[in-house]
Design a protein around this ligand. Sequence first.
Ligand code: OSB
Ligand code: MG
Length: 370
Amino acid sequence: MAIEQVALHLIAMPLVTPFETSFGRQTEREAIIVELRSAAGSGWGECVAGDSPSYSYETTDSAWSVLSRWLAPAVLARPVADLADLHSRWAWMRGHHMARAAVEQAAASLLAAEQGESLAAFIGGARAAVPVGVSVGIQSSPEALVDTVAGYLAQGYGRVKLKIKPGKDIAFVKAVRAAFPDVPLQVDANSAYTLADADLLRPLDEFNLLLIEQPLDHDDIYEHSLLQRQLQTPICLDESILTVQHARAALELAACRIINIKVGRVGGLLPARQIHDLCQALGAPVWCGGMLETGIGRAANLALASLPNFRLPGDISASSRYYQTDIAEPTFSLNPDSTISVPTSLGLGVTVHREALGRATLHSATLMPT
Ligand code: OSB
Ligand code: MG
């Protein structure tokens, strides 16, 4: 499959409700949409890097640079045979996984369509619908959090993730657990604690949580292994797992028992599947994390989460939980059993709405073979 042009679109989309984590409060989502133009039409990918280097060192600025200077020329250089061929072209490069993943997702969508398959089938997914939950930002008080959670439960979400940070943790989780004794519940600290806070975290064992996500530093697998020994609740790593090697180290050191897989963080669907397969072989469940994606990234997340070892609900909520108007159609809605259906049409399974994309776009550039 020959790629004739690469278009990059820097977008900004207002969130329906601000999203607060231990990094800060976000009211808008910046992202780069990657469009690969071939004779068969456009393939689309979403680069999930944000405007600031908080969750990751990658930003929309760093990704724009790497995409235009290195990744676009690599994909334009000669026809793409398969995903392994594409990855081999940037195997020399360090990091910048979110930038790589956006190109890979767009190429995977085109390759899947060319083979007459949905993206899910193309990567080996099997399930028609995947269990999902909702990730709830930090609220001003435990009462406000209980109200917010009640709203999402009323919409049908069957699993809730609460963002926590020091001072906004035990009382908040306790209030939600008291109000909803049976709801599957988990927390995400986005690295807001240190090992010295183990006494602060241990009371979380009382609330029957599915997992505690990324309590400690983003690049400290070792200290997570020390913390896991002091907790009954499984630790799940997000920020710490960028590669298959990290996943293996984390599981063999017992730094976690569960891994959150995000396509952007690990550099694409192919490396995501490799981490999925390793975790399956080692007996550890995985689940699909989210980065407040538009419909483009969400479609890829659903395809990924249809693989068999995605055994916990994903952070893949309905489109309306994030955006008033999405840039892709159809939008995703929640089924009554707290699942979202995996797209079955050819390729990515969503169509980009050019006008909506245009309205969200701050800046575009088109790159061609040299
Ligand atoms: O840590 O999982 C995270 C969003 C942006 C950056 C990091 C994270 C998140 C979420 C939101 O938790 C998940 C979603 O897309 O609903
Ligand atoms: Mg997380």
